[in-house]
Design a protein. Structure first.
Ligand SMILES: *[C@@H]1O[C@H](CO)[C@@H](O)[C@H](O)[C@H]1NC(C)=O
Ligand SMILES: *[C@@H]1O[C@H](CO)[C@@H](O)[C@H](O)[C@H]1NC(C)=O
Ligand SMILES: *[C@@H]1O[C@H](CO)[C@@H](O)[C@H](O)[C@H]1NC(C)=O
Ligand SMILES: *[C@@H]1O[C@H](CO)[C@@H](O)[C@H](O)[C@H]1NC(C)=O
Ligand SMILES: *[C@@H]1O[C@H](CO)[C@@H](O)[C@H](O)[C@H]1NC(C)=O
Ligand SMILES: *[C@@H]1O[C@H](CO)[C@@H](O)[C@H](O)[C@H]1NC(C)=O
Length: 803
């Protein structure tokens, strides 16, 4: 068995050349173990019986891998997932290993530190109930996860697939990873889609028992030795939007989503300057595993105005589990040409409001400018009855004595969770306990890792609470404070039952003539939309959205829409009420007589809209989106702006519909989880698509596409019958092309010819093109788009009157 493993492993290992070369050469240096000839790098595609290549890496199936107990080795049929999401990588996510009893993967290994990455896809497995997927994961003596439900986690982060990454010490010649379904839940099961493991030099994150790590707020330092396991949570770099910052553990994410205040400081970027950094302090081991060289080429500083800098702290907030210690590694490198001597830029570093560094002077610490260094700290995030909490890092100039520049600088942050005294890294899933122990009236849905998990609970609470005519308050973990003064602990938003009517199923059946097919006016991922007539007070037409019973997506989006309904704005479609009975999930909206905007732009049978009408619709839609972005306590990103989601009422007033994909921002995001990209092809912000970075500017991009649909009277995808090239052409690309070639006239809908004032056309195209900027930072805000459109409308109306 062992021999065959060696053969197997070396076969796939050979294609890992680079990867392995880096890893194993180091590994052999560090671990004195003469007999290792087993390459330790494993990429295991669980539930599969075949080898596959993905992204240049070779995966093997777990069936026949010899890592599973013998009884599993024979099962030959792979467990295919029926509804693999199109955005997820096929390997390892298209198959899973599912078990109702404890299951151990046993990887032959050499003693030493191992990186362990576990891949999960939150999905319906063979129609098994995802809420029954509660399990623990142990690696050797360490508990990595406990009472873990991947769909809860995925909901919280708003993604479908994700990984959990760990560093564990292997002491024997085997690394055993055990998945155990929770004994507390009947019929609980465990699943896993993939496991990756490779050796890592010990010294990278474990300075050992000789080098003390300052423990913030404690007298005694902590010695991080092989006793501990770590979970790698965040790796952020500054402004990494345009360059990939990557190390052996994957991509580093942009830091700006973690900045909480309105003050973002400024970004220093020397990528274009031909300077070389002096890496002697950090060995190459460090930057291959910990910090890559590119990390140090950008930095965040405060602003150029020292007086203003004294008035604020440059602060990052990271959501973490409470009750654990965290290893915080700050990366510094003085890259400003102005700062070359010690005592020129001296600042304080606070971690969780406590002083970590009274006088940080990067040039003094590194001995010279352009020399990367990093410093480690340990911080305890106190136990707040199991809730999620925040770890904050703040910088502030130290003014005593007054330095040359009242400023601060930072190049990167890493945060790792340290296992507790029981060797556990697993946070409690508090909500389940509360649900068990308390009466429903007392349920205040707790913050924490649990928002997504609470779907069912929230829904039940809604009903209960609307009966009890009480206010439901809920907290969300993914909402960071939008400014530093409003504490993230505030309960936001508050939803009152009075706003949302609960219909009975009977009422809705009558209104829709028992869901007559003849009344279907639309269909989507959620289910079908019917036109209905409510005979409450008079004769009110409504739109009835009925959830497709098997659609989990529907359930989630339903939830989301109920949350968003508290918004009331004349340019947002109003939710009148809902119905939840038995298996039915139904939403009732105001009826929009004229239907979606797209129907009026390129459906032949409709009367073409006039230019003024089109401008008014654009202004209305922009107002609706602007309201979502700014009119509420926490900005909301729609994520699916398109002409099909802009509906028109009988007076041609545009209203934004379909809040199923909405997100409050900034959404919590792990450093190495892949956010599921949602939205519609043709409207997707390229930066969001590429970087998985979601901001309000993603809506701005999509709205830019809508502006060109309006101007051109063509759909977002395949706007022109391309005879010569049979490529798929997006309207955005085409518009950009015409703009650059100065052939904007070609864009204008023939129906509009002669009606568009030249200056209006110029300004309209300008704002549209700005919306389509590749970099989100270069796009205007929705407020700016709105005011431009208002000006254009004004101008056009003026000429109309003048004529
Ligand atoms: C790992 O699992 C294998 C097979 O289940 C078992 O024989 C072995 O004793 C385990 N090793 C450790 C260190 O737990
Ligand atoms: C790099 O830094 C080391 C240690 O600070 C120093 O000894 C060395 O001279 C520096 N090299 C260069 C090229 O500046
Ligand atoms: C680090 O990576 C570079 C290039 O990727 C490689 O040349 C070098 O040998 C690596 N160093 C170590 C110690 O692995
Ligand atoms: C740090 O202070 C800010 C306000 O000064 C407060 O909102 C925040 O909760 C504090 N954080 C911790 C961890 O105490
Ligand atoms: C910066 O943060 C520290 C620690 O939370 C706090 O004591 C200090 O008052 C803050 N300074 C400013 C200007 O907000
Ligand atoms: C955290 O609090 C819970 C209950 O308040 C307690 O059971 C648990 O032991 C505490 N954990 C730590 C690490 O203090």
């Amino acid at each position: 068995m062992k021999d065959s493993h060696i053969v197997e492993s070396s076969r796939y290992a050979s294609s890992f050349a680079l990867h392995l070369f880096l890893l194993s050469s180091l590994f052999f240096d560090l671990v004195t173990c003469g007999s290792i000839n087993v390459p330790d790098t494993v990429l295991l595609n669980c539930g599969s019986n075949e080898a596959s290549q993905f992204n240049g890496e070779n995966w093997i199936g777990d069936v026949g891998s010899n890592f599973l107990p013998p009884e599993y080795e024979k099962s030959s049929s792979p467990l295919l997932i029926s509804n693999i999401h199109s955005g997820e990588p096929k390997v390892p996510y298209s198959t899973a290993r599912i078990t109702y009893s404890p299951l151990t993967y046993s990887f032959p290994s050499s003693p030493g530190l191992k990186f362990v990455r576990v891949y999960f896809l939150s999905s319906l497995y063979l129609m098994m109930n995802p809420s029954k997927a509660y399990f623990s994961v142990k690696a050797g003596p360490y508990t990595l996860l406990s009472d873990f439900n991947p769909s809860v986690f995925a909901e919280e982060l708003n993604l479908v697939s994700f990984t959990k990454d760990f560093l564990v010490n292997v002491r024997e010649d085997k690394l055993n990873i055990t998945f155990t379904p929770s004994p507390l839940i009947s019929n609980a099961f465990a699943f896993v889609n993939g496991i990756e493991t490779f050796p890592v030099p010990h010294t990278i994150y474990f300075p050992g028992s000789k080098i003390p790590v300052p423990y913030i707020g404690q007298q005694k330092p902590l010695f991080i030795n092989g006793e501990y396991a770590l979970e790698t949570l965040y790796r952020v770099s500054i402004d990494s939007d345009l360059t990939d910052v990557k190390n052996a553990f994957g991509l580093w994410l942009d830091d700006d989503r973690y900045i909480s205040s309105s003050q973002y400081g400024s970004v220093l970027d020397i990528k274009s300057r031909t300077v070389s950094l002096n890496y002697t302090i950090l060995s190459s081991k460090d930057y291959n595993y910990s910090a890559p060289a590119e990390l140090y080429l950008t930095a965040r500083t405060m602003d150029s105005n020292g007086d203003a800098n004294i008035k604020y702290n440059l602060t990052w907030f990271f959501p973490v589990d409470s009750g654990f210690k965290y290893l915080v590694r700050l990366h510094f490198c003085e890259i400003s040409m102005m700062v070359t001597q010690p005592n020129q830029r001296v600042f304080k570093v606070y971690i969780n409001n406590q002083t970590a560094e009274e006088r940080m002077d990067v040039v003094a610490l590194a001995g010279a400018p352009l020399t990367p260094v990093h410093k480690d700290y340990v911080a305890m995030v106190p136990n707040e009855s199991g809730r999620r909490n925040y770890l904050s890092i703040s910088l502030h100039p130290n003014m005593e004595p007054k330095p040359k520049y009242a400023d601060a600088i930072l190049n990167g942050i890493e945060i790792m969770k340290i296992s507790d005294s029981d060797g556990s890294l697993a946070a409690m899933f508090q909500f389940r306990r509360e649900q068990r122990n308390k009466k429903f009236q007392h349920v205040i849905i707790v913050a924490g890792a649990t928002l997504g998990a609470i779907l069912g609970l929230l829904l039940t609470s809604f009903i209960l609470i609307s009966r009890a005519r009480k206010k439901l308050k809920w907290r969300t973990s993914h909402i960071l404070p939008s400014n530093s003064s409003s504490s993230h602990k505030n309960i936001q938003p508050t939803v009152t039952s009075g706003l949302c009517h609960q219909f009975t199923f009977a009422e809705i059946s009558i209104a829709t003539s028992n869901f007559s097919e003849a009344l279907v006016i639309g269909e989507g991922g959620f289910g079908k939309v019917y036109k209905g007539i409510m005979q409450h007070d008079g004769y009110t037409p409504v739109a009835v959205k009925r959830s497709n019973r098997s659609s989990r997506q529907g359930y989630k989006e339903f939830q989301n829409e109920i949350n968003i309904f508290s918004f009331c704005h004349m340019n947002l479609v109003s939710l009148l009420g809902y119905c939840q009975e038995a298996n039915e999930l139904i939403l009732v909206y105001e009826y929009m007589t004229q239907g979606p905007l797209c129907d009026h732009l390129y459906k032949k049978q409709k009367q073409p809209l006039s230019w003024i009408q089109r401008l008014r619709i654009c202004v209305g839609a922009a107002r609706g989106i602007h309201y979502l972005h700014t009119g509420t306590t926490h900005p909301v990103i729609h994520r699916d702006i398109k002409s099909a989601n802009i509906l028109l009422d009988q007076n041609w007033v545009a209203k934004i519909a379909d809040f199923g994909l909405c997100r409050t921002v900034p959404s919590l995001c792990h450093s190495h989880v892949s956010t599921e990209v949602k939205g519609t092809y043709g409207y997707l912000d390229p930066e969001y698509y590429k970087r998985r970075k979601l901001t309000e500017k993603s809506d701005v991009y999509s709205f830019g596409v809508v502006l060109f649909e309006v101007l051109c009277g063509r759909p977002a995808v395949n706007p022109v019958a391309v005879e010569e090239e049979n490529e798929k052409v997006g309207l955005a690309t085409w518009a950009m092309h015409c703009y650059q070639c100065g052939t904007v006239d070609k864009l204008v809908d023939p129906h509009l010819e002669g009606n568009v004032r030249a200056e209006c056309l110029r300004d309209f195209v300008d704002i549209g093109i700005q919306c389509l900027a590749n970099r989100s930072a270069d796009r205007p805000t929705m407020g700016e788009v709105l005011s431009s459109l208002e000006k254009i409308l004004c101008l056009q109306e003026f000429f109309l009157k003048g004529n």
